[in-house]
Design a protein around this ligand. Structure first.
Ligand SMILES: Nc1ncnc2c1ncn2[C@@H]1O[C@H](COP(=O)(O)OP(=O)(O)OP(=O)(O)O)[C@@H](O)[C@H]1O
Length: 445
């Protein structure tokens, strides 16, 4: 190497080493021209000099194919085309070939002529797949919108602020809340869940704040409230949009003052919990309509996380199917699924989201009696999806949203299943809680 070349090389190396994160310079042919030690260590057992000349996808994707040929968006091509920085979420493989998610920040490194000479690639790891794995409860998904949501959850987990998780029924709000808790500094304390739809106001207050012996008829002994059980931990209010104005006021008081009183006691106790709320309602609209307190909404909405509906992340369906089928059976016996059955799942919109997919597979495994899952093992609406079909009675029909809201259909379905709410809810593709709310609104409880 001549002196000038040596100097150039040293200059380039010190520039890439100045990056605090794994960083590489790549030319338009996907060839790495320089990388820092962090990059080399993140993906390989090689030195930066050994890596120069390799293709970027060989190093970070462990693939001879470019990432866009593997279903991902190629940030390099976009930077060379647009000449602007880009950011994408990719799945990379570390030096042990373990997958993990990264935010790829790509920037144009310009030549004197003004054109793009190199693609500068900086990586910010999001979450290791292992980090998402808590016992059997795991948040599955790797499409960009889902991984971005996970990234936000991980960020928010570092803070102690209240969080509002928004998403349609069955999108995994409760699982996301648990994930948040387990990644927070409160992880070794309790995660306490309250379903806001199942308690009357009086019971809600007693459950939340506890009571002294004799506080009301039947209160024979002193009882700690869930706020106390959650001391140092997390309080998760599911279906938060359903709480009454009275409870809204009481909750706001606790959040403002940081104290509460057990029923029948004058003693102020310190509340030390992190609040996570979940709702499938548009709370901002409810505030506008005067049905929800604006001050409470703004208090809990400082951090909002939205879970994408499954129909907006269909690319995650195969991974979810694989996960649920493995959970249903020991690994070596996990049932297979035919391409035609998988295609039927991919064509369907899953109004009940991941919960519906999970229930569908549970049922299909039983119907298939341990054999390969075929389309005939799936419910009729998946075999013949008719998203806009009208159904005016409880007969087996393609799902459409209005079914679960239509009082006539709810009544017909209830009658058809002899009043069994679990079966009725499954038929209407809503959670039992949602059905309960609707029955309550119809005066059918
Ligand atoms: N990304 C995911 N990966 C794996 N399992 C998931 C995922 N999302 C949801 N599930 C599973 O789907 C089911 C429903 O999830 P969960 O109860 O968290 O949804 P939810 O949004 O809180 O529903 P609801 O609004 O009806 O209360 C659970 O069994 C959960 O484990």
């Amino acid at each position: 190497m001549g002196k000038t070349h040596k100097d150039d090389h040293a200059l380039l190396q010190s520039l890439v080493e100045a990056h605090p994160e794994p960083f590489a310079l790549i030319d338009e042919h996907f060839t790495i021209v320089a990388c820092n030690k962090k990059y080399a260590d993140a993906y390989t057992d090689l030195t930066p000099d050994d890596i120069v000349g390799m293709k970027c996808h060989e190093v970070s994707h462990k693939s001879t194919d470019r990432c866009d040929l593997n279903g991902e968006e190629c940030p390099l091509e976009r930077v060379f085309e647009s000449r602007h920085p880009v950011q994408v979420v990719h799945q990379h493989f570390d030096r042990n070939r373990a997958p993990y998610y990264v935010n790829v920040h790509g920037s144009p490194i310009r030549a004197q002529s003004g054109g793009v000479r190199y693609f500068g690639e900086a990586m910010a790891p999001i979450s290791r797949v292992d980090d998402l794995d808590f016992d059997d409860e795991r948040l599955i998904g790797c499409c960009p919108s889902f991984v971005n949501m996970l990234d936000n959850l991980s960020l928010v987990a570092q803070t102690d602020l209240p969080v509002l998780i928004h998403g349609e029924t069955g999108t995994g709000k409760e699982l996301a809340a648990l994930f948040l808790h387990r990644k927070s500094r409160r992880a070794d304390r309790e995660f306490v869940t309250i379903d806001c739809t199942t308690l009357s106001d009086a019971m809600f207050v007693a459950e939340l704040f506890g009571h002294e012996a004799g506080a009301f008829t039947g209160a024979a002994a002193t009882r700690k409230g869930l706020v106390e059980v959650a001391d140092g931990g997390t309080l998760f209010l599911d279906e938060f949009g359903e709480i009454s104005p009275e409870i809204q006021t009481k909750l706001l008081r606790v959040l403002d003052r940081g104290t509460f009183r057990r029923l029948g006691s004058n003693r102020e106790r310190k509340a030390n919990f992190r609040l996570i709320c979940a709702t499938n309602r548009n709370l901002a609209q409810r505030v506008e309509a005067g049905a929800f307190r604006a001050d409470l909404f703004y208090r809990v909405n400082s951090m909002q996380i939205t879970l994408p509906a499954l129909r907006h992340r269909k690319e995650d369906i195969p991974q979810l199917v694989d996960f649920f089928l493995r959970k249903l059976m020991p690994a070596n016996l996990a049932p297979l699924i035919s391409d035609a059955a998988l295609e039927a799942l991919l064509r369907y919109d899953f109004p009940g989201n991941v919960r519906e997919l999970k229930n569908t597979l549970e049922r299909a495994v039983v119907v298939a009696r341990g054999g390969t899952l075929e389309p005939q093992h799936l419910p009729a609406e998946l075999r013949h999806p008719q998203p806009s079909a009208k159904c005016d009675d409880g007969a087996d029909c393609g799902y459409h949203d209005a079914c679960a809201d239509d009082p006539g259909i709810i009544r017909a379905a209830l009658a058809r299943f002899g009043g069994n709410r679990r079966k009725t809810a499954a038929f209407l593709k809503v959670s039992e809680r949602t059905l309960y709310r609707r029955l309550k609104a119809l005066g059918l409880t």
